[in-house]
Write a protein that binds this ligand. Structure first.
Ligand code: FAD
Ligand code: ZN
Length: 474
């Protein structure tokens, strides 16, 4: 989208923005700005003249009205845990941080809804639901810092998608500030509402390019009375998939998570993660973490035991441990959650967040592993993730002893090869992390051209001056 840009905001304009939130919440000090300008993976460093921290929806609206009038680009930011650079001001845009909008406006256990402002940290939303004997099921390793607004803007996935769906499926209503400063109050609790286009879904997964989410009505579920967790050693992704099918047949809706990990990922976590131990005595080529949960108090342990016994009889698993306590279940999850960060001490890691049809996951992993090893002999594929959703984090660690910079210089070539294989399986190059800046230039090569035209038309309609997160996604 080519748009005529105004000159960077002058001191007088910056002062008008600052006046909206008050001096205390208009951050200009470089040290105080620093945490807003870098992201987890260190891939992107931003710069800005001003970080604005509004405390109310009306302030967000006033900021956008002024930004639109003066053609001043804005980058919305929540917990800054995004993995594709979407929340970083790469061209000196103003940062609009939503973290002060952190009120839980209401928990309604009868309607099974919760109304949260955009800056509510996901773990706090989960805790508020639990306090009302309900479950808010969205769960990901960044839940201690990511926010509801960021979760919705990225349509976050995580480890409970198998049973409850993506963030998209967990939202009933939204409050959104549009590019021109108008506030759309769509905070409905209705499950049924066929009065036209489902507008909220436009903003979910839009990565802050169509509007600023300021609050959301989220769905709640009965709080599980029983949760059972197992860690199983399996021979291959194919065996893991057969085990998943068996689990879904036998345990029905009780399968809440089904995570696949190769031995190398577990080794990295054991080597570099604090407080870890191998749940199984002997090493296995692959592992799955299975979680079952149920609103009924009794019987779940027996179902899990029966499932694992049947799987062993059929040769689908070599060994398994069932968590005997909450602490042990947490230690299984701790190991799983360490898999991303414990790749870092092993040197460079080239990342992919892809999905293919669930049935194609084993073949995809085989083909992609062979392809990257042919490209870079000695590189170490670390494919792990949410098998039940067909979502593989196909990460590739550098060969032992290789030069990190030289390895990372092949990021584009490795991506291209892996994405080509994803294409053969009719998969997606972004299963859950989004496009942001990281995959923006790849998108036109893989997305249907008519879909891209529709996306650009929506962007033009909702943000004609292109002030909302320019240069991201499209
Ligand atoms: P930010 O990083 O601040 O922003 C993300 C994007 O949303 C940006 O484009 C930003 O401009 C936009 N945005 C933020 N707030 C708003 C708003 N209120 N209105 C409009 N746009 C907004 N993601 C998964 O899906 N599944 C996982 O399992 C997962 N695991 C992770 C594990 C770790 C250790 C880490 C670091 C990240 C993980 N992520 C995962 C990625 C990340 O946590 C999610 O994308 C999360 O939803 C981002 O939330 P945030 O509040 O940090 O958003
Ligand atoms: Zn994931």
């Amino acid at each position: 989208m080519s748009i005529q840009r105004a000159a960077p905001p002058n001191p007088e304009l910056l002062a008008r923005f600052a006046a909206i939130v008050g001096e205390k919440y208009a951050v200009t000090d470089p040290a105080a700005q620093a945490p807003y300008l870098v992201e987890m993976r260190g891939l992107y460093h931003g710069r800005t003249q001003l970080v604005l921290r509004p405390g109310a929806t009306a302030e967000v609206a006033a900021i956008l009205r002024l930004a639109n009038e003066t053609r001043t680009p804005i980058v919305p930011q929540g917990g800054n845990t995004g993995l594709v650079g979407g929340q970083i001001p790469l061209a000196g845009e103003l940062v609009l941080s939503l973290t002060r909008l952190d009120r839980i406006r209401e928990v309604d256990p009868i309607s099974n809804t919760m109304t949260c402002e955009a800056g509510v940290v996901l773990a706090n939303a989960q805790a508020a639901a639990a306090a009302a004997e309900r479950l808010f099921p969205l769960s990901l390793a960044a839940e201690g810092s990511c926010t509801i607004g960021g979760n919705l803007a990225t349509n976050a996935g995580g480890t409970a998608v198998l049973a409850y769906g993506n963030a998209r499926e967990l939202v009933l209503g939204l409050e959104v500030v549009l590019a021109d400063g108008r506030i759309w109050n769509g905070l409905t609790k209705l499950k049924k509402d066929n009065t036209g286009y489902d507008l909220k879904q436009l903003f979910v997964g839009a990565e802050g390019t169509l509007g600023i989410i300021t609050a959301a009505v989220l769905k709640l579920f009965p709080r599980p009375r029983a949760v059972e967790t197992a860690f199983a050693g399996v021979a291959s992704p194919r065996a893991a998939l057969a085990l998943l099918n068996l689990a879904e047949e036998r345990a029905g809706g009780a399968v809440t998570s089904f995570e696949l990990m190769p031995r190398i990922a577990v080794e990295f976590a054991l080597r570099h993660g604090a407080g870890t131990r191998d749940p199984l005595g002997a090493p296995h080529p692959w592992y799955v973490l299975i979680e079952l949960s149920s609103a009924a108090r009794d019987g779940l342990r027996a179902s899990l035991e029966e499932l694992l016994a049947t799987a062993a009889e059929r040769g689908l698993l070599a060994d398994a441990a069932i968590a005997a306590s909450i602490e042990q279940a947490q230690s299984f999850w701790h190991l799983r959650n360490l898999i991303s960060e414990t790749q870092r001490p092993e040197g460079g890691s080239i990342k992919h967040d892809v999905s293919v049809p669930v049935a194609a996951v084993p073949e995809f992993i085989e083909a992609a592993s062979a392809a990257v090893q042919a490209l870079i002999p000695g590189c170490r594929p670390v494919p792990f993730g949410h098998l039940g959703d067909g979502n593989v984090h196909f990460n590739v660690s550098q060969p032992v002893g290789a030069d990190k910079a030289e390895f990372l210089a092949q990021w584009g070539a490795v991506n291209a090869r892996v994405h080509e294989i994803v294409g053969k399986f009719h998969g997606s190059i972004s299963a859950e992390h989004g496009i942001g800046r990281l995959k923006r230039d790849v998108l036109p090569h893989v997305k249907d051209p008519v879909a891209l035209e529709l996306m650009r038309a929506l962007k033009h309609t909702l943000d004609p001056n292109c002030i909302l997160n320019p240069g991201k996604l499209l």
